[in-house]
Design a protein around this ligand. Structure first.
Ligand SMILES: [Zn+2]
Length: 194
């Protein structure tokens, strides 16, 4: 890490949302054509991929669920298949900027996302977190987002270390469909299996 250029891509030509990292992917998403610009490109709501995403269809924007104050979207730059982001609809940068209702819904959506991912892909662990500010590692610092990264034993294998490459086994469209289909209708995820 640390070799990521300042002008790393944050969106593709369709302005899909994502948080870039230093890894290259073995798989080539079907329509990625990177735009240079990095953080400077996401200085306003007009250029923010997390603000643009809800204005498109779920399929186009890779959204898996829309809540009242927040939505769940696939990361365009996944660490693992099923890497989700929970974002408030409001364009605010910091965890202290969201009100209690938004905070509660982001927490509930995070729990539901974990339940859904357990159902569809049986991860054995998770990493959850929010990177705050460019210094904190946020790819799109202007719009708050909570990462949900499913983990499996052996997923941190030698490839990322020696080759700066991650093997992603499913296309983003396939993952979106799987997760969206498994999302509970009432949003809670608290069904009989829990
Ligand atoms: Zn935004």
């Amino acid at each position: 890490m640390g070799e990521q250029p300042d002008d790393a891509a944050v969106t593709d030509t369709f302005e899909l949302a994502g948080v870039p990292d230093a890894f290259q992917r073995l798989w080539t998403p079907h329509r990625l054509a990177y735009i240079k610009g990095g953080q400077k490109q996401v200085s306003s709501k007009e250029t923010c991929p997390f603000c643009a995403a809800p204005q498109r269809s779920d399929e186009e924007s890779l959204i898996v669920h829309r809540g009242k104050h927040a939505f769940v979207i696939l990361n365009l730059f996944p660490y693992n298949a099923g890497h989700l982001l929970v974002c408030p609809y409001r364009h605010v940068p910091d965890y202290t900027d969201i009100d209690l209702e938004e905070t509660a819904e982001i927490a509930a959506l995070t729990q539901t996302a974990m339940r859904v991912l357990r159902k569809v892909s049986s991860p054995t662990g998770f990493n959850l977190g929010m990177n705050q500010g460019e210094t904190g590692g946020a790819g799109i610092a202007a719009h708050l987002h909570q990462h949900i990264v499913p983990r499996w034993g052996g997923d941190g294998n030698f490839l990322p270390i020696i080759a700066q490459t991650k093997a992603i086994t499913q296309t983003l469209g396939d993952v979106r469909r799987q997760v969206a289909d498994a999302w509970p209708a009432d949003g809670s995820g608290r069904d009989s299996e829990d």
